[in-house]
Design a protein around this ligand. Structure first.
Ligand SMILES: C[S@@+](CC[C@H](N)C(=O)[O-])C[C@H]1O[C@@H](n2cnc3c(N)ncnc32)[C@H](O)[C@@H]1O
Length: 373
């Protein structure tokens, strides 16, 4: 099968690194997605193990679709029966961009009809029961080219299952994992997020340190598919648990807001890494980095997203924070800093040009990860 891991813009190469590390060959990077070849077991592994991808799809096919006829014939020609069983439900979702086919509802009903015609004829049924598992079909038509997928993840992979939905504008888990991955943190130095909010970055750092598979605490759409053997999920979950290790770690997270720290603690407990993270209520502008270093740790890494300041008053406060952080942090040789900010003036306020920068999107907000190492 051609498998496809979708991701946030700017994260593609990290997803590709993860896939290569997992042993996949023929990994192809495109905008917002990474293609790779694999079988059912690989689909299971990708869902359970990928830290920085949003969903894992099966790419069923791609073809030119300038008219509804082309769309219908193209969809009908794809081998849906190799994945969707005779009782399967196959709802259709999709989007179009820069294409002659613009009406999403029309495209949706054509894709549905064409897949139904194909499956009815392959299964010899006049009417498909659609009473079984859900095989979500996704179409994406861009510049008159249609891509047809089946969604094996279901709920997006950034939802690991440790964070309730209620939290105010937190960082996406996959973005936090991307920041940790860029820093190459594996637990060998002190970790600190002094603006931890709901604790996402520290939790993802703990996952990286112990090699925890991020998908262990949740389920996936393809677990209900008859075409992916049940035991693969059990086997791969067991293999993932067996691949975890425990060492000596110092992972610290703090926030000025006691309610945030309480929530972060609860999230870490749900994630099963509470005992690995030292939480505290603290003002980041008064935290001494030197106090965090203790034997055997001689070096530290700060990975954080301080307040953004989207509104004007908040923006002034954010600038004040960046200036103060710069004053305290910029000359330190024993620490590395990975700071996510949407401010164009971050470096000016921090008082030091980053060694590297990486464009990342936190939802719709374009940010830069400023790296000092
Ligand atoms: C953008 S949020 C961080 C979100 C976090 N990454 C998450 O995943 O939920 C910024 C956080 O900084 C905290 N904060 C603001 N000023 C602070 C200060 N001086 N010291 C420590 N934390 C502060 C806020 O309470 C807020 O939780």
């Amino acid at each position: 099968m051609t498998l496809c891991a979708t991701c946030l813009f700017g994260v593609e190469s990290l997803v590709a690194d993860e896939l290569r590390y997992m042993g996949f060959n023929n990994v192809r990077i495109e905008t917002g997605r990474v293609l790779f070849d694999g079988d059912e077991r690989d689909l299971v592994r990708a869902n359970l193990l990928l830290r920085t991808a949003e969903r894992v799809y099966i790419l069923m096919g791609e073809f030119a679709a300038r008219t509804f006829d082309e769309l219908f014939e193209g969809v009908k020609a794809l081998p849906w029966e190799t994945v969707i069983d005779r009782n399967g439900q196959f709802p259709v979702k999709g989007s179009t961009l820069d294409s002659a086919l613009r009406s999403i509802p029309d495209c949706q009903s054509i894709v549905k009809k064409a897949a139904a015609v194909r499956l009815s004829s392959k299964y010899g049924l006049n009417r498909l029961p659609e009473t079984g598992s859900v095989y979500q079909i996704r179409f994406f038509i861009m510049k008159d080219r249609a891509s047809l997928y089946l969604d094996s993840s279901g709920v997006s992979l950034h939802k690991r299952g440790y964070r309730p939905a209620s939290v105010d504008a937190p960082l996406r888990e996959t973005l936090a994992a991307a920041m940790v991955k860029v820093s190459r943190f594996k637990g060998r130095e002190v970790f600190l997020d002094p603006f931890c909010g709901s604790g996402t970055i520290a939790i993802e750092a703990a996952f990286a340190a112990v090699n925890r598979a991020p998908g262990l605490g949740r389920g996936f759409a393809a677990e209900g598919w008859q075409t992916v053997r049940r035991e693969l999920w059990t086997e791969e979950r067991e293999a993932a648990r067996a691949a975890e290790y425990r060492g000596e770690y110092r992972i610290c997270a703090s926030d000025i807001d006691p309610a945030a720290v309480k929530l972060a603690r609860e999230n870490a407990a749900r994630a099963g890494v509470a005992e690995l993270i030292e939480f505290s209520v603290a003002d980041a502008l008064k935290t001494e980095l030197a106090d965090k270093l203790m034997p055997p740790f001689k070096r530290g890494v700060v990975i954080t997203n301080p307040p953004y300041g989207m509104r004007l008053l908040d923006a002034r406060e954010a600038e004040r924070i960046y200036r103060e952080l710069g004053r305290r942090w910029r000359a330190r040789e024993d620490w590395s800093f990975y700071i996510l900010s949407s401010s164009m003036d971050f470096e000016k306020n921090f008082g030091k040009t980053a060694k590297k920068r990486r464009k990342l999107y936190n939802g719709m907000i374009q940010c830069q990860l400023y790296m000092y190492f």
